[in-house]
Design a protein. Structure first.
Length: 165
């Protein structure tokens, strides 16, 4: 497996087409560290937050010492101001109610240095109408519907349909 496997092509293009005078990134909802590993291979120092302790443990295992990976709720996290020139959040920011999402977006903006770049992906709710859904009863994502295509299970995404009327 190469380091860019599973990394969105548009994200790779963003890195190719923009210059970063220094390389300091924040990954909101870092999952198991896929993007973190990729960014570290491009000489970024990457901080990551995720609410899932198992994900945090897995990411900490692959992260270099300069990266700071913490278990935190992105809607309550104390984002440092004016620090990062790259903030990414892949399939994550939508896991809350509108007020929380707006809070997180404002914090992302404040955490960026001028001319910093963001990369955010959100689920396509139209496409999700044809997907099947499940939601776990326990854990940090309890009650949040996750959708997947029965024919293409690699395209798993999650979305909180109830909170986006
Ligand atoms: C679909 S996964 C995406 C993981 C990673 N960004 C990737 O692309 O591989 C969504 C991630 O958001 C995290 N998450 C969900 N709600 C969160 C919250 N309130 N605060 C922080 N992380 C959260 C989950 O634990 C999970 O790792």
């Amino acid at each position: 497996m190469t380091l860019n496997e599973g990394v969105d092509k548009r994200f790779i293009e963003l890195l190719v087409h923009h210059s970063f005078p220094f390389k300091k990134a924040l990954d909101i909802g870092c999952g198991t560290g896929n993007y973190l590993a990729f960014l570290e291979s491009k000489s970024f120092v990457v901080n990551g937050i995720d609410s899932n302790p198992t994900n945090i443990e897995m990411t900490q295992k692959i992260a270099t010492k300069s990266s700071n990976i913490v278990q935190a709720d992105m809607y309550e996290f104390e984002y440092p101001q004016n620090v990062y020139n790259l903030i990414l959040s892949v399939s994550t920011l939508h896991h809350g109610i509108k007020k929380q999402v707006k809070f997180a977006i404002r914090k992302v903006y404040e955490s960026l240095v001028p001319d910093g770049k963001i990369f955010i992906t959100l689920p396509n709710l139209d496409a999700s109408k044809t997907l099947e859904t499940y939601s776990s009863k326990t854990g940090p994502e309890a009650g949040i519907p996750h959708s997947f295509s029965p024919n293409k299970k690699s395209e798993i995404c999650s979305h909180n349909v109830k909170t986006f009327p």
